[in-house]
Design a protein around this ligand. Structure first.
Ligand code: IVH
Length: 668
């Protein structure tokens, strides 16, 4: 076997290259699976050889659950802001001013996107990332290196050549629309407050003390400013192109321009073309290209004279309010929603806009049939920003918040210290019950496919599922009475329900919809208590001893298990065979059926996850390895197994088995 030190270096280099191809160039060269295998091999070698530890190894991007909080450091060069304009004319006069200040000189201008995220400063020494610091107050910022390391497109070690021994690069950490939409959909589902725009989501994410969660949220970063004593070129554009060759993501929109006409064209083009970009932008930035000219122009107290930001106008539309409706969420929270005459805004038709809560509704002072201003500038969720009072109809009444639940008629109560009104009829209010069933079956909870909002509602209305434990007595015949179900789809749902009995206890706790118990807290609680009976009997002080559990959550858990309907639900889950305790890491289930056999797992599976198969191989005495060789005994193959693997296994005559065959081998 190769010297492990050399293999580790080889693997790190290969993984860094694949990261760059995937995150920066958007053109991966290997499958996710093959990539995972390289990472696994590296992880294993690093575990076996702790002396080879390197904080910048690609394995160190994953992020742990713990971060020490943020240290503050002063910036080497203060992080200034840009002077803003909102008109092309202002940009034109800036170009003229710059030219007048540099008489007789050829002035080139670089146009670039103004990314709407969080400014970041990265320090590199000897080609390695040493520190990442937020903008902070411009003078000093928070050291967020651990969080930044989780961003795949940021090079931990530079590629190429010609980088100065020490330099700083600035850019913007952004949350791409795709990540933003996914995060907000998840938060909506969990009834957590939504982020108004990717910028807020991004800065909130960077400040998290849990780098693993930061990684999950899918940030990205674009770079636009290189600083240091020994930069390779005497102009901004070439320096940025050099930075691109070292592995940084530099936007393709960055353009070198000679004339005012080009600047104007650039603005006109990006005004609409920016909507096709994968990330939020709130304007454009124009910079004088030559560093010598930049130096001559200098700075005002707050911003450089050699740069200007052109901000896109916020898009706003005026439309009539049809009526205000009130949505009831899974936790009973009532959200007022403005239902509007459809109006086109930033390329999408808006029909509904959240009014968030009573306070916001009252401040806007909305009356029946008012003409409302809807805005979207940078915000994905349309927002009502005002009322055209002059257009108000005579005699129109102010819209009042409801006093009773629109779904079940119960008098609403206001949560102490919060702006939210809540329907207290937790166990009798249909949208709350249906919402809990929907949550229960969710992918990150019991993972039961085929039951969405409509099916959950139909099952409730038919009287088949009036609490989540009813799912375990659901029959094919019952499902067949629901619109859209046929024999096969009904059987599939039942198979999903059956499989959900194997879902680990941590996820069951999350699935229960205990108010304020989110996914991470559920995990911590499950691991701390071990089983449901302990959880149901712990007094507040002992609950509060669990990490992340404060008095509010402790009280919520106690109230939850005081309700007879929930205790009954738990008993029925127990009878159904749902896991109500954490799995013991005992010798239980261990055999030597696979003793001496070596497996390679490839592809995606239906019955168990890849990790579960890995675990099953090991529990039964077998060995699991990353790549196919002469020593491999079986390839456990799921769907989409890579053609190269298939060919290799064929050449070496290694049997390829599917998951059913494998499960038979271990007597399941
Ligand atoms: S240059 C001294 N270029 O906007 C000037 N900034 O209002 C340094 N920003 O703090 C900034 N895109 O966070 C520059 N292409 C771009 C930018 C950009 C976004 C942010 C940055 C800065 C703020 C200034």
């Amino acid at each position: 076997m190769k010297n492990p030190g050399a293999r580790v270096i080889e693997l790190r280099k290969a993984i860094n290259e694949h990261n760059h191809k995937y995150y920066v160039e958007n053109s991966p060269e290997i499958s996710d699976y093959d990539y995972d295998m390289l990472v696994k091999e590296l992880e294993k070698l690093e575990q076996e050889h702790p002396e080879l530890y390197d904080p910048l190894s690609p394995t160190q991007r994953v992020g742990s659950d713990l971060s020490k909080g943020f240290e503050q450091v002063p910036h080497i060069y203060p992080m200034l802001s840009l002077s803003n304009t909102y008109s092309i004319d202002d940009v034109d006069s800036w170009v003229r001013r710059v030219r007048e200040a540099l008489p007789g000189q050829d002035v080139k201008i670089v146009g670039e996107m103004k990314f709407d995220g969080s400014g970041i400063s990265l320090i590199y020494e000897h080609g390695r990332l040493v520190r990442a610091v937020t903008r902070g107050d411009g003078e000093k910022g928070d050291v967020v290196t651990d969080n930044v390391k989780t961003i795949g497109s940021i090079p931990l070690e530079l590629r190429g050549e010609g980088w100065p021994e020490r330099f700083e690069i600035r850019g913007e950490i952004v949350m791409p629309w795709e990540s933003f939409d996914r995060l907000n959909a998840e938060r909506a589902f969990n009834e957590e407050p939504l982020f108004a725009n990717p910028r807020n989501a991004c800065s909130g994410t960077l400040k998290l003390l849990n780098p693993a969660e930061v990684r999950r949220r899918g940030l990205d970063a674009y770079f636009y400013y290189l600083l240091g004593e020994e930069l390779p070129f005497d102009n901004h554009y070439d320096n940025m192109m050099a930075a691109r060759s070292w592995g940084f993501k530099v936007s393709d929109a960055m353009t070198l321009m000679d004339s005012l006409e080009e600047v104007d064209r650039y603005i006109n083009h990006w005004d609409t073309a920016r909507r096709q970009l994968p990330v939020a932008t709130d304007g454009l930035v124009f910079k004088v290209n030559s560093l010598r000219q930049q130096l001559n122009l200098g700075f005002t107290a707050k911003s450089p004279r050699w740069a200007v930001a052109y901000k896109f106008p916020a898009e706003r539309a005026l439309t009539r309010l049809r009526f205000v409706s009130f949505d009831v969420g899974r936790m009973g929270i009532i959200t007022p929603v403005a239902n509007l005459e459809p109006v086109l805004l930033s390329g999408t038709i808006v029909k509904r806009a959240s009014l968030h809560n009573e306070d916001i509704m009252t401040t806007l002072d909305i009356h029946e049939h008012d003409m409302l201003y809807v805005e979207k500038g940078g915000e994905i969720i349309p927002k009502i920003t005002g009322v055209d009072v002059a257009a108000r109809e005579g005699g129109a009444e102010p819209v009042r918040f409801v006093s009773h639940c629109p779904a079940c008629g119960t008098r609403l109560v206001r949560v102490e210290g919060e702006a939210a009104w809540v329907c207290p009829n937790k166990y009798g209010c249909p949208p709350q019950i249906i919402g809990r069933v929907e949550h229960f079956v969710g992918r990150r909870m019991m993972n039961i496919d085929g039951i969405g909002e409509e099916t959950a509602a139909a099952l409730y209305e038919a009287g088949y599922v009036t609490r989540y434990s009813d799912l375990y007595s659901l029959t094919v015949d019952q499902l067949l009475t629901i619109e859209g179900f046929a024999q096969r789809s009904a059987e599939r749902v039942l198979a999903g329900i059956e499989a959900s009995k194997q879902v680990p206890f941590e996820r069951v706790v999350y699935a229960l919809s205990i108010p304020f118990v989110g996914e991470t807290t559920a995990k911590k609680i499950a691991r701390a208590v071990g089983d449901i009976d302990t959880l149901m009997s712990l007094p507040a002080e002992q609950l509060e001893a669990i990490e992340d559990v404060g008095p509010r959550i402790a009280q919520s858990i106690i109230e939850y298990f005081q309700a007879p309907v929930n205790r009954e639900n738990i008993e029925r889950l127990r009878e159904a065979g749902v896991r109500l305790a954490v799995e013991q890491q005992s010798t239980e289930g261990h055999t030597d059926l696979l003793q001496g056999k070596t497996f390679v797992i490839s592809g995606v599976f239906d019955l168990h996850s890849r990790d579960e198969y890995k675990d099953l191989i090991e529990r039964n005495g077998g060995k699991n390895v990353g790549s196919i060789s002469k020593k491999t005994d079986y390839v456990l193959a799921g769907a989409n197994m890579g053609p190269a693997k298939l060919e290799k296994a064929g050449k070496l005559g290694i049997p390829i088995i599917d998951e059913n065959e494998f499960l038979r081998m271990i007597g399941r």
